[in-house]
Write a protein that binds this ligand. Sequence first.
Ligand SMILES: *Cc1c(COP(=O)(O)O)cnc(C)c1O
Length: 490
Amino acid sequence: MKKKDLLRGIPKVDEVIKQETLFFLLEEKGCVAVTEACRAVIDELRKNIIKLKDEDLADFDIARLDICKIARDAAEMIEENEKLNLFPIINATGTILHTNLGRAPLCKDAVDNVREVSKGYSSLEYNVEKGKRGSRHDLVCKLIAELTGAEDAMVVNNNASATLIVLAALGKDKEVVVSRGELVEIGGAFRIPEIMSQSGAYLQEVGTSNKTKPSDYENAIITKEQEKDFSMLDNMRGTKRFETGALMKVHKSNYDIVGFTEEASLEDLVEIGKKHNLPVIFDMGNGLMIDMQEYGLKEPNVPKSLATGIDIILFSGDKLLGGPQAGIIAGKKEYIEKMKKHPLARVIRVDKMCFAALEATLMKYRDEKIALRDIPVLNMISASKEDMKLKAKRLEEVLKKANSELTTELVEVEDQIGGGSAPTVRLPGFAVAVEYGKMSAQGIELMIRRADVPVIGRIHEDRLLICVRTIDEREFEDVAKAFKLGNCKI
Ligand SMILES: *Cc1c(COP(=O)(O)O)cnc(C)c1O
């Protein structure tokens, strides 16, 4: 057949659209999407034919001009275009607060509440009792106060923005004293010195990387009167000093300093703060609400830290608290008021979905046992090695049933908290090591990562490990599906 005839044989867009395959999609996705997909498929086909060399013309498969096939291709293209970029995946890495995988999975009640609150109108800024405007700030502050012992609280977008607004409200044009051992980088551009300069506060670093004494803080304090004296240059290098605005402690979230070390405790800072009438701020980061020492977590927690008498604490909603991405600021009312009135408050405020998830999550903390049972992050941390072994056994059975060609073995692993929290904690757990014929560990990893519900595993010593601590049992069937050859798109 000649090229000219092939081109003439391509069906017209108007005709393809009328194909039965596309009836439903026309109704569902609209005329524009369907027409464009048909046109794209036809254009591609035309280009391919034009490119054909004369000697290849005879080999051209006439079936490609079939109007039904073109309609089917268009339908497939529409579906492909509709695929969302944010979708669920299965975390088989054993790292609980995996930042790349969305940190904390929410508890069921939080998920249900997000759906309820966001599908229609809500009491976000409306006081139903009084029949007039309310404030979103009031939604969870009573609950946070009840759970932590703080006088008042405020919720912002994340802990990074909490740090920014606290420093801007209490430290602008003043000095904030921080230990050199606590000048943390959390990740990306979040570094204490940088966030400090963004807030308009001046960082006054004290002590050394390994040792900072209470007296280091005290000696760094500058009063308003001294500021005047210092208005000349205070030393040969010409550093101007400003009145001290606050003392700040930053939790060493993602690193540990060991050896010849010393640091000032919150109690030490509270004492100095009282003496000099300065607020003490604690950037705690992880948001742990209960004592979890018995599970190996020697981290500070929010109520205990506040009980030392500090003025302000800030922490993340989606680290060890196990809720949505949020930054929570709690403490003395006079300071929280300042932040609520600060212009940045609007810039970093959170929406109804966040409040819905956070309130339902916090509610669980009214009873520690309920929190440990229902909040996935806490549940995963507190799961015992024995639990993990049994869980791994159950997964192994599901995998073998799904694909008899898999070779599996239960192996001991050390799971992690992740999300830049408790970096030295290792949770003894179990994984299913999977081998599949002659396929390399990388090959299997790719296969399960490209499954309909992607599974992210871990490769250790050339073996693919499926760590069970971070997998919900209800996901086992999806894990099994990923291990069926032909169920992935490589
Ligand atoms: C994680 C962390 C932050 C940043 O919190 P995000 O919620 O990730 O913005 C700030 N400070 C400390 C000490 C942290 O651990």
